[in-house]
Write a protein that binds this ligand. Structure first.
Ligand code: MLT
Length: 403
């Protein structure tokens, strides 16, 4: 059978009978439209009978809908469907609705399904459905789902050996580490999507550096890992500092990339709030356009720009808003730096980083006793992707000193 790529975008028109007396699309009608978009997607793919053909039915176990903006009769809404979890008998679909004419984010939702037979017993998710939904996302299929602190995280776990835990920045996901995850054989490489980012669950509330750090500690517990090398990029570095304050004895080595120890200035805090409002109003795409010129050096290859753009555009708005609040409220970590003597540390800076200037990263390295510093020329804020071999080589040689 040919592989069919999931038609992940379905356009549906809002009709007057779906609206309230003020002409707003009614919240209960949203539920129907989300369902209509799912069936329409199946109709254009393996058929609406893809479940019944296999003697099973997808029963909704959980529905969580966020309403971001009103929609009106005549609006054409674009429903985007993505499979964010595929278990043996259950799966999760994330659906996002935008108005076609102005690209406004209208609603986001997450539906958890359990496949059941006529007796109501859980039955396997039809492979045909999984293949259909996964056809466009094959490179990301290496994620495991691990629930920590009540939140399901997507985690890339590869290889055997001493552990290295990779913590991505904002507003990004674990795929910024792909070149390093692929290359660093001999180590157990673990890269989660932080809560609210990538394919992890994105609760509406509950974001702070303490929560992110506690998710990482719980993740290590679940994987049976007592000690790890901790590697954080930018906001990932802020999380790493919080982890060190709480669980220093679990850290065997430290890698800080394009990050800083200082807290936000009052002006930076105000900018976080303004960005959160922009995300609420305009969605992740607005954040992507604002961040791209700061994340990547001006000469970055088009394919890399597009990859990072679509990565950011897929980050759930609650995760963006939550991360902005967590960064705004993070404590200053400069006093921690001189206490890190004895902990092998590598610091990597992007030579052309505009977000966190190389001078700031260099000063941070100088304040950590014995830290090595590597500057990646030509990279801005994402050296793991912009100059992957410089970062991988620096990591490989640093990790080599730890064994
Ligand atoms: C990041 O890359 O994680 C953020 O840009 C850091 C920040 O905004 O402070």
């Amino acid at each position: 059978m040919p592989v069919v790529t999931a038609p992940s975008e379905i356009d549906l028109t809002v009709y007057p009978d779906e609206c309230d007396a003020f002409g707003h699309l009614n919240q209960a009608s949203f539920l129907s439209l989300f369902e209509r978009a799912r069936w329409e997607m199946l109709a254009r793919g393996p058929g609406m009978d893809v479940f019944t053909r296999h003697g099973t039915w997808p029963a909704v176990r959980k529905a969580a809908i966020n309403y971001h903006a009103a929609a009106f009769p005549g609006d054409v809404l674009r429903f985007h469907q993505a499979l964010t979890h595929h278990g043996r008998t259950s799966f999760t679909l994330r659906q996002t609705t935008r108005r076609v004419k102005d690209d406004a984010l209208i609603s986001t939702a997450e539906f958890v399904f359990v496949c059941v037979n006529r007796e109501g017993r859980p039955t396997p998710v039809p492979a045909e459905f999984g293949e259909f939904m996964g056809a466009g996302s094959a490179p990301r299929s290496d994620a495991r789902r691990i629930t920590v602190n009540g939140v399901s995280l997507a985690v890339d776990v590869r290889g055997e050996g001493p552990a290295v835990l990779f913590v991505h920045g904002y507003p990004l996901d674990r795929t910024i580490w792909t070149p390093q995850l692929e290359a660093l054989e001999g180590w157990r490489r673990i890269a989660p999507d932080l809560r609210g980012m990538g394919q992890s669950d994105a609760p509406d509330l509950g974001y702070s550096m303490a929560t992110y750090a506690s998710d990482l500690a719980a993740l290590l517990d679940t994987l049976g890992i007592e000690r790890t090398v901790l590697c954080g990029l930018s906001m990932g570095g802020y999380v790493v500092f919080e982890f060190l304050r709480r669980w220093r004895n679990r850290v065997s080595g430290l890698v800080l990339i394009a990050t800083r120890a200082e807290a936000d200035s009052p002006e930076a805090r105000r900018a976080r709030d303004a960005a959160a409002n922009e995300a609420r109003e305009g969605g992740a795409r607005v954040i992507a356009e604002a961040m791209l010129p700061k994340l990547l050096a001006p000469g970055a290859a088009g394919v890399l720009v597009e990859r990072v753009r679509s990565l950011i555009a897929a980050i759930p708005v609650p995760g963006i808003v939550g991360a902005l609040g967590a960064m705004r409220d993070r404590p200053d970590s400069t006093a921690l730096l001189p206490t890190l003597g004895g902990l092998p540390t590598l610091v990597i800076a992007g030579g052309d980083d505009q977000l966190i200037p190389v001078s700031q990263t260099t000063a941070m390295a100088a304040a950590i006793p014995g830290a090595r510093l590597v500057v990646a020329p030509g990279a801005a804020h994402l050296p793991t992707l912009e100059t992957p071999s410089i970062v991988t080589d620096a990591l490989r040689s640093f990790l080599g000193t730890l064994v």
